[in-house]
Design a protein around this ligand. Structure first.
Ligand code: FES
Ligand code: FE2
Length: 454
């Protein structure tokens, strides 16, 4: 299977009209001022979000800039939204065999997602229980120094029998238990069974591996009941990740989530790519849900026939899905974009209030992998994934710069931006310790769904 990973950073795209620095060449890093409108406390921001979310959609507007720039507010989001919910880390096709693992840093935690010898997928901390060494820091520890083999072309991925901390050579089983610890026999009352890599709560849902940092979220399947119904036809658990691209994003994580979820920007940012296929004005949002959002992106009538570069449509889908794409947010950050022959999954992780790490991926089924023209179609899919995301990178980067300016104004939202309003309502509900639809009636769908459930 042909796979690839690319890392885009500011350094790699400095010249010309780069997607990260914007058309005028100004990055936000040069003028990261703290204007008074950004000096709100977390309590002020939450009060504002609650008041904003209470406004009806027809009068809705954007959030205060500080909710995208304030470091203390990000701490609140990590504690009450991201860490309290389920964050998707990986798809099981990325670690198909026992011993396969992925290293990644999410919500400030150095993690390993590992396929255990017993077949279980676990999420372990990479922090050594001896002296806190990251047992496989990026670029070290599994590229010839330890027992693990790195997977070529896929940073952070590898295969191993055991984990070995490079500092003092303590070793660990794939389930995190301590296996070896040289020269510890004189340490009094040292109980090796009490020591191991910390195990985080994780669940596999439709092939996706989710992490819950707080340890007390309701099960994924309980939260994503509507998503289960929406997505069943794709058989996500049997799909394979064929493309992964990593992006260093100079913007707040919510900028990406909001951009991903609204179809209004097809008009501008994607005027040459997505707008001719899925015009903004035809996009519409399903009724409000407690834990997810669904937006429908119907194809223009003239483009319903499939393209030569497409794989065969997935046969278990309702044929209505052949006439539209859809985007989904499994709260708080699980982003999916579905087509009849493939699914795009995005993983966004905040590094700071104004910086995020993003993984964009594409998944297909076994039939697509067996397509005689697979290599050709893969290349087109890979180019497409990059091309339309570069358009999003450019606007998201420029939006973040706007939050630091005295010229920032609270903008009014179009009805096509209903998902942004729903995200505000989710944040407001979380700040009140509840979820949307639980303590007030759900906002209605913008259209009667034509789709029958799969
Ligand atoms: S810090 Fe890991 S073995 Fe010492
Ligand atoms: Fe976009």
């Amino acid at each position: 299977m042909d796979t690839s990973t690319t890392f885009f950073s500011e350094a790699t795209v400095k010249d010309g009209a780069s997607p990260l620095t914007g058309r005028n060449g100004l990055g936000h890093a040069g003028h990261n001022y703290r204007h008074p409108h950004n000096n709100l406390s977390v309590e002020d921001i939450l009060r504002d979000i609650q008041a904003t979310a209470d406004i009806p959609l027809e009068r809705s507007r954007t959030l205060p800039a500080a909710s995208y720039t304030n470091a203390e507010f990000l701490d609140w989001e990590v504690a009450h939204i991201l860490g309290a919910g389920w964050v998707c880390l990986a798809h099981k096709s990325q670690i198909p065999k026992p011993g396969d693992f992925i290293n990644l840093d999410v919500l400030g935690e150095p993690l390993i997602v590992v396929h255990g010898k017993d077949g279980e997928i676990r999420v372990l901390s990479r922090v050594c229980p001896h002296r806190a060494m990251d047992i496989m820091p990026p670029g070290f520890g599994y590229d010839g120094h330890g027992p693990a083999d790195a997977t070529e072309g896929k940073p952070g991925c590898g295969h191993t029998r055991i984990f070995l901390c490079p500092y003092h050579h303590w070793s660990f089983e794939l389930d995190g238990r301590l296996k070896g610890c040289p020269e510890m026999h004189k340490a009094e009352c040292f109980q090796r069974d009490d020591v191991g890599l910390k195990t985080f709560r994780c669940e596999v849902w439709h092939g996706f591996v989710f992490l819950n940092l707080s340890g007390d979220a309701a099960p994924v399947a309980e939260q994503y009941t509507e998503l289960d119904r929406d997505l069943r036809g794709w058989n996500l658990g049997d799909m394979k990740v064929i493309i992964t691209k990593e992006w260093d994003c100079p913007f707040n994580w919510k900028v990406l989530v909001e951009n991903f979820m609204e179809g209004y920007h097809h008009l501008g940012a994607h005027c040459k790519t997505l707008q001719p296929l899925m015009p903004a004005r035809d996009t519409w949002t399903d009724a409000e849900r407690a834990h997810s959002i669904r937006v429908n992106l119907p194809y223009k009538e003239s483009v319903t026939s499939s393209d030569e570069s497409d794989f065969k449509p997935i046969p278990t889908l309702d044929p209505e899905h052949y006439r539209q794409m859809a985007v989904f947010l499994g709260q708080p950050s699980f982003l999916l974009f579905t087509a009849a022959d493939r699914v795009f999954w995005y993983r966004i992780d905040p590094v700071s209030a104004d910086r995020s790490r993003l993984l964009t991926t594409c998944l297909v089924n076994d039939e697509a992998l067996a397509d005689p023209k697979y290599d050709e179609k893969f290349a087109i899919a890979e180019k497409m994934l990059v091309d339309f995301h570069l358009e999003d990178m450019e606007v998201c980067t420029a939006v973040q710069r706007g939050f630091y300016a005295t010229g920032y104004q609270r903008g009014r939202l179009s009805h096509l931006e209903m998902p942004i309003w729903l995200i505000q309502r989710y944040m407001a509900a979380r700040s009140r310790g509840t979820y949307p639809t639980i303590d007030q009636p759900p906002a209605p769908a913008q259209r009667t769904p034509a789709l029958t459930p799969c």
